[in-house]
Design a protein around this ligand. Sequence first.
Ligand code: SAM
Ligand code: DTB
Ligand code: SF4
Length: 333
Amino acid sequence: MQEIRNDWTREEIANIYNSPVLELMYRAATVHRQYNATGEVQVCTLLSVKTGGCPEDCAYCPQAARYHTEVKVQKLMEVKEVLEAAKNAKTNGSTRFCMGAAWREVRDNKDFDKVLEMVAGVNNLGMEVCCTLGMLTDEQAHKLKKAGLYAYNHNLDTSEEHYDKIISTRTYGDRLETIENVREAQIHVCSGGIIGLGESHEDRIGMLFTLSNMPQHPESVPVNALVPVEGTPLEDQPRVSVWEMVRMIATARIIMPKAMVRLSAGRVRMSHEEQALCFLAGANSIFAGDKLLTTPNPEVNDDKVMFELLGLKPREAFKDGVEAIRFEQIPSH
Ligand code: SAM
Ligand code: DTB
Ligand code: SF4
């Protein structure tokens, strides 16, 4: 039985990551069976509630104001519209609804009050509600928790060493601080990264080292393949091979056995066979719906076909035993 450890060394992680791919997959699949219901995949839906115009310079991101991409700036959506989208996602089998905003950080203003209403509303639908809004203070994290937030996504994206080649407008330390604020407010942590940014294998191992040595592992770890977008500095990056995704997913599964490992961005360019390898390597969550935040994702029907073909079952909400907090009334601002 693989024990849960928070003291993995870089060398141990590198040995796992670099092992022959079939051995690596076998080991990851074994750990997956020890800790999780295999054959079950969580279906999550993303919605960009505030799009584009972001002041940050993340080299991969189509929403950064400084790059000339096709993304149109859209102010914060109305609460009603968001709740309609969440209901729709639930009808289509999603149990987690994640709202993304192209913000550097949360500000204490009317927009944040609206987001709190959205969180309470989605929670009341019986879905796991997640947000990704940029940096958060301790106090803002507590407000989100009180509104019913289940998880907060804040990716490390890459290793500490590679970080300033991708983003210069904030530091790795800033990222870690927000994650600590989220953890401290007892919100589930969702944190992972992107491969295909021009990083080395050591950088990937470095990112997994940081995640797996947190005092408590993130409850979910998204593994994104870069979606290169025209107009961003990384528009010409070559596509990552499925074996690189498999190595990342399998290593994450082995060193963080209980985490939901999410096969995130990049599925649109993967065949059902390639995605099946990722599920075998321990991925147990996907984003469904024909759009991620701004880029394309496989059609809902295509995913239904894949689930049937592979005999996969969508996972129920709140399976880890933490129930939704129910509110009598949605707080208004
Ligand atoms: N602004 C907030 C932030 O940066 O934390 C939240 C939204 S941001 C778009 C959420 C995450 O999406 C990023 O951390 C990054 O990992 C991922 N992402 C953005 N653009 C991507 C792309 N082109 N390909 C793959 N992942 C991407
Ligand atoms: C994550 O790790 N991947 C999702 C979610 N967390 C927020 C976002 C992927 C975004 C891909 C680019 C886009 O669609 O804009
Ligand atoms: Fe802004 Fe987030 Fe995109 Fe960076 S990843 S530019 S912070 S929306």
